[in-house]
Design a binder for this molecule. Sequence first.
Ligand code: ARG
Length: 264
Amino acid sequence: MKKTLKFVLLAVLVLALAVAAVGCDGSEPTKEQAKDAAKPKLIAAADATFAPFEFTDPKTGKYVGFDVELIQALCDEAGYELEFRSMGFDGLIAALQANQIDAAVSAMTITDERKKEVDFSDPYYKSGLVVAVQAKDTEIKGFEDLKGKKIAVQSGTTGALQAEKITDKDKITYFTNADQALLELKNGAVDAVVNDFPVSAYFIQQGNKEVKMVGEILSAEEYGIAVPKGKTETVEKLNAALKKIKENGKYDQIYKKWFGEEPK
Ligand code: ARG
């Protein structure tokens, strides 16, 4: 009897030591490491040439902007470790479909066409398209005056689609980045740019006084975070996090920082 008890105790001890040894390379993980290791990673991408939504801070070389802070706040809330990348706007959907990235947070308008290819989070920003022209232009007063005019756009955007509705494709110059299109207008090489209102407005605000906006804002656009089709868990987590940061003031704080006003 005594012998059996000794054996049992020994067995328990050996088992306990074995359990303790698993996952232990001699050094205790720090609290931070333990937390990060437990966090699933979210690889988010944007075309980071679209200020004030996503762009490179010239001073620090870091990605900054409304979308960058938004996705960071959403990841903090949802328990993701964020990895942020920049890539061309018209490559984002393909990258999602190839599962190279988990999310595109790139001021991307939720459209029926795109919904066939990717899934979207709830809308996080109300936007619209606007016409920008040279400040000295007195002829073009809005979308209605664009027919036959030379228009610059960013490839693969809703602005490009809108320009194609108005004028022939051979009048449209396609750029990889929206700021290239705006610079082309500033330099007088085209008559107009069709682009997202907040981005053209920011460009002018940054001191590009040779450019102005005219006419109405076509405001039927909402931005969403795109994820690969069928990734409902990601969408649900992002939506819950978005709801949370709208309730707790974090969303408002980021919005005010980048747009200088209360959310619309
Ligand atoms: N909202 C427009 C669209 O979805 C333009 C977005 C461009 N975004 C960017 N980061 N360049 O087509």
